[in-house]
Write a protein that binds this ligand. Structure first.
Ligand SMILES: [Ca+2]
Length: 287
């Protein structure tokens, strides 16, 4: 046998061994894919490909060696081309598997509706002693102190039932909460009449059912210093009281001059002055 034939036989033997190794690697690769897909953790493309990185690197090294050894005798690119073709096919197969196994994104439904804050008082920088137009359209900074606006409140609450939560901090640091299962603001033609019901909390219900009915804000029209719709002989919104659902006049008013936002504690029989207030609503659950 000539020396050229001997070298060719050696190369073919090496190639057969290499292909056999590749078949083994295919099996190992399939096992890796099966193992990954059997778990809940979604595989990444790198997970899949790098399980095979060592084999790929080995094949590249082998290709380079064969290429240099056989340069004088055989076509330079025979082995390298074959190896690259196998690697390319395997990478394509890995990517196809990765694409099929990749979990599809699904929208997660929110379990609880988000709150819409419509009133906040924190530092007194924003004045609440304003006219009708401001209370209808809203004013202030939504990231600090503000009033969302009566028209928006009406639009939000006209078609579905909303619930209301009022959070307050008394000047002595006591946290108070008043919740209402139902909150509705009527249209502008009715001066944005308020309807609330279903109280719970630790503040006592001075908003809708105070000790004296003439102080209840429930079922009252909204009034401002320039638009008196209250049931008092005087203008309840005058004298820096701010816009509110006045009756004749109130047991709770969170829009009056800062530092003196009032809520009457019916159990203790005292007027509580607040240093922080927030009123917020969200769609209510159930009928
Ligand atoms: Ca009046």
């Amino acid at each position: 046998m000539s020396s050229n034939s001997t070298i060719l036989l050696q190369l073919c033997t090496v190639q057969l061994v290499r292909v056999s190794e590749m078949e083994v690697s295919f099996v190992l690769f399939a096992l890796v894919i099966s193992s990954i897909s059997a778990h809940n953790t979604p595989p990444t493309f790198n997970d899949l490909v790098c399980q095979h990185c060592n084999e790929i690197h080995a094949e590249n090294r082998l290709a380079r060696n064969l290429k240099s050894d056989s340069t004088a005798l055989l076509s330079k690119d025979f082995n390298a081309t074959l190896v690259r073709q196998i690697i390319r096919e395997e990478l394509q197969r890995a990517f196809k598997l990765f694409r099929n196994k990749r979990p599809r994104k699904t929208k997660v439904k929110r379990a609880v509706s988000e709150w819409t804050v419509f009133q906040r008082r924190t530092d007194g920088i924003v004045s609440f002693d304003r006219d009708w137009a401001d209370y209808v359209n809203g004013f202030g900074n939504k990231h600090a102190e503000f009033w969302l606006g009566l028209e928006k409140l009406h639009q939000l609450t006209q078609s579905i039932r909303y619930e209301l939560e009022i959070n307050m901090i008394e000047r002595n640091g006591t946290y108070l909460t008043a919740r209402y299962r139902s909150f509705h603001v009527g249209s502008g033609s009715g001066n944005y009449r308020l309807r609330v019901s279903g109280y719970s909390g630790n503040a006592t219900d001075s908003f809708s059912k105070p000790s004296a009915p003439k102080w209840s804000s429930n079922r009252q029209q909204f009034s401002t210093r320039d638009a008196d719709h209250d049931n008092s002989d005087r203008n309840c919104a005058g004298n820096r009281e701010g816009g509110w659902w006045y009756n004749g006049c109130y047991a709770a008013n969170l829009n009056r001059v800062f530092g003196w936002m009032l809520w009457y504690d019916q159990e203790r029989g005292v007027k509580m002055a607040m240093r922080y207030t927030e009123m917020k609503i969200r769609p209510a659950k159930g009928p």
